[in-house]
Each structure stands twice: as C-alpha cells, then as structure tokens.
Ligand binder design. Structure first.
Ligand code: NDP
Ligand code: GDR
Length: 324
C-alpha cells in the first residue's frame, strides 16, 4: 500500500470520482479541490461510496493562491489536473471562461507545483479535441493539432504549458491525450449519457422522444474506469511524457444510439428526432486514437467494449429512475 498523497482538481467530476476510487484502493491520501457552487456536487463520490474518504479543499483553478494552498495543505506527491469547463458545446458560449479555467487554470496548477513542490508529479487532462480537424486517419502522439472549438484551443494551451514546464523546469509532467470516455457517472449533457438516460426514460414511459444534433460524427469511446488507470500509470514512470489513450475503434453517434435502444428492445427510428439546436458551429467529424505507445510503455489496454459500456450505462439509468 502507498503512503503517498494525491491532489485532484476536478474531483467532483466523472474522472475525479473514478481516480479517487483507484488511488484510495492503492492506499493514497486523496485530496480534492472543491470549487464553490450553490448546489451539491458530491453525488458521484457518494455513488461510489467514497465521499467521506477524501479530503476536500476549497479552491478554484482560476485562483492561483488557492492552488498554492491546496498544494501546501495536501503535501501532494502527485497532482492530477482534471478540473475544466469540459463541455465542448458550451465553450462557444463561454470562450473566455473556458480559456481561463482550462488554459490559464492549468498554468496556475503548474505554477503552484513549481512554487510549492517541484518534485511533485503532474498529470494534465489533455484531450483528443486538440486534434480536431482530421490530419491523420488514426491520431497518435505525433499527429499535428488543429482544434475546432474554444475548448480545444484552451486545452492546447494547457498541453503545451505541460510540455514546456517539463522541458524548462524538469518537472515530472505528463499530458494524457485521452479520447472520449464515458460511464454511468458521465454528465447528462454529453451525448452517450443523454442517450442512455433518454432510452431508460422512454422504456419506462416517462419520455417519448430523443432530440440529437449531428449523429454522423464518429468517436472513439472507452470506459472512464479503464482510463483513470492510464493516468496513474503515467505518474509512475521514471519521467513525464505524452500519451494517447484510446480504444482504437470508432463508431458513429447513430450506431452508439442503436446499441442503447436495442438493449431495451426499442426501435431508435420511432423516437429519434434531429434538432438543429444541437449542431455545433464547427464539428470534429472523426476521432480514432492509436494507443500503441500507452500499451508499449505503460502496459495499458482498454478492457471494456462499447457494447458493454453503453449497456452498463442504460442499466444504471434504468436503476436510478426505478429507485425514485
Ligand atoms: P467533468 O465535467 O465531469 O468534471 C469537471 C470537473 O472540473 C468538475 O469536478 C468541476 O467541478 C471541475 N471544475 C470546473 N470548473 C472549475 C474551476 N473553475 N475550478 C476548479 N474546478 C473546476 O469532466 P470529466 O471528469 O469527464 O473530465 C475530466 C477532465 O478530462 C476534464 O479536464 C476534461 O476536459 C478532460 N477530458 C475528458 C474526457 C472525457 O471524455 N471525459 C476526454 C479527454 C479529456 P463542479 O463539479 O463543481 O462543476
Ligand atoms: P465531445 O463529447 O464533444 O466529443 O467531448 P459529446 O458527447 O458532447 O459529443 C460527441 C459527439 O456527439 C455529437 N452530438 C451531440 N452531442 C451532445 N452533447 N448532445 C447532442 O444532443 C448531440 N447530438 C450529436 C456532437 O456533435 C459530437 O460530435 C467530450 C468531452 O468529454 C470533452 O471534455 C473531451 O475532451 C472530449 O470528449 C474528448
């Protein structure tokens, strides 16, 4: 068992919850930055039964002083920067906030590490959205970036800041370029969870239709529980590096949707409506990651198929709705 401490920004998010669970199982003292909100944000940690096993520290990524204090209080050996305005769709409405939180926020955490404990190992939650407009059939660590949203642009700044701090100050800093990963703890605004929640409601007679935007886009979807293991493996290496984490399979939103409806014996065409409202000003048409480096260097491989993932999510949504 480890006697290390970890600090997680974004601990109340999907990945923060699964990463906390993983680190607790390894014996870490887990600290998380809790951004002030008017409503409760601990539901994911509660659902995993770990809300009282982590130490929450008030702070915000845009507030450098709170990041410095979080580093000091937690005495973190490993810092995972998962906090972000992570919804691509909202980033066109809130480009400056997204830049402040996702771009400058990462720089604040890097500065806090540099000031308080440059020996701490740093993980940055980078994203396949940095690839954006397709430059290669399969994207890997050498594929050029071409972000297509204010979110992608902000995350690119954070990625390069991570690389730059590694090269400038010799920090143990890694950038995990993670492709889409989902789970029953996924936010309801993201397409997989929007679909699985709607399918469960339609099955239970609580809803009739599901309105989506571009169902022709393709994503490389994996399970969040598998992906947080890759984050931890990166901080265990001798030095920081950049890694693509993906399944190597891509599927259209349409086919993902068909899996969800099919799982409960419903016909998607009876319920699905295409709504212009959900189209984006610029789209990332296809994402398909090549996780060969993560496999070779980290010994990481995805364990959950898209079929298993979507059926797990539909079943969880059915259970939640029936328990109400
Ligand atoms: P979520 O949206 O579920 O979680 C985001 C977290 O960031 C929440 O805990 C949120 O707090 C916190 N947060 C937002 N703004 C601030 C702020 N100003 N200060 C401090 N904390 C803040 O995201 P995921 O868990 O899905 O993703 C984790 C990270 O990985 C994100 O950075 C995301 O951009 C990135 N990523 C995600 C992928 C995915 O497919 N899930 C793929 C690639 C990258 P609160 O709960 O209070 O809102
Ligand atoms: P994405 O995820 O933008 O890839 O970012 P999202 O699930 O929002 O969209 C995936 C694709 O589905 C299309 N789509 C819709 N999307 C949503 N949300 N709602 C709809 O109604 C809808 N209809 C069609 C989208 O246009 C898109 O093509 C996620 C986030 O977790 C990011 O933080 C992360 O960095 C990337 O994954 C990798």
């Amino acid at each position: 068992m480890s006697n290390k401490n970890a600090l997680i920004t974004g601990i109340t998010g999907q990945d923060g919850a699964y990463l906390s669970q993983l680190l607790l199982s390894k014996g870490y003292g887990v600290y998380g930055v809790l951004a002030r909100r008017s409503s409760d944000t601990l539901w994911r940690l509660r659902e995993l039964g770990i809300a009282d096993q982590v130490t929450l520290l008030d702070g915000d990524l845009t507030d450098l002083s709170s990041m410095i204090r979080a580093l000091q209080t937690s005495k973190a050996d490993e810092v995972y920067n998962l906090g972000a305005q992570s919804f691509v769709g909202s980033s066109w409405q809130q480009p400056l906030l997204t830049a402040q939180v996702d771009g400058v926020g990462a720089l604040n955490v890097l500065e806090a590490v540099r000031i308080v404990n440059p020996q701490a190992r740093f993980y940055q939650a980078s994203t396949s959205e940095m690839f954006g407009l397709i430059q290669a059939e399969m994207q890997d660590e050498k594929t050029p970036f071409y972000p297509r949203s204010p979110y992608g642009v902000a995350k690119l700044m954070a990625h390069w800041a991570t690389v730059n701090y590694r090269e400038s100050f010799n920090l143990h800093a890694s950038s995990g370029i993670l492709f889409n990963h989902e789970s029953p703890l996924r936010g309801i605004e993201f397409v997989t969870r929007k679909v699985t929640d709607a399918v469960a409601r339609i099955k239970l007679g609580q809803q009739k239709e599901l309105r989506l935007g571009n169902i022709d886009s393709k994503r490389d979807w994996g399970f969040a529980g598998d992906y947080v293991e890759a984050m931890w493996l990166m901080t265990q290496q001798d030095s920081g590096d950049d890694y693509v984490v993906a399944t190597g399979q891509t599927t259209t939103v349409r086919d993902m949707c068909a899996i969800a409806f099919g799982h409960v014996g419903l016909n998607m065409d009876d319920h699905l409506i295409i709504d212009e409202k959900f189209f984006r000003p610029a789209e990332v048409d296809v994402l398909l990651g090549n996780p060969a480096k993560a496999k070779a260097k980290l010994g990481w491989a995805p364990k959950t198929s898209l079929q298993e993932l979507i059926t797990m999510m539909v079943d969880a949504d059915l259970r939640r709705l029936q328990a109400r």
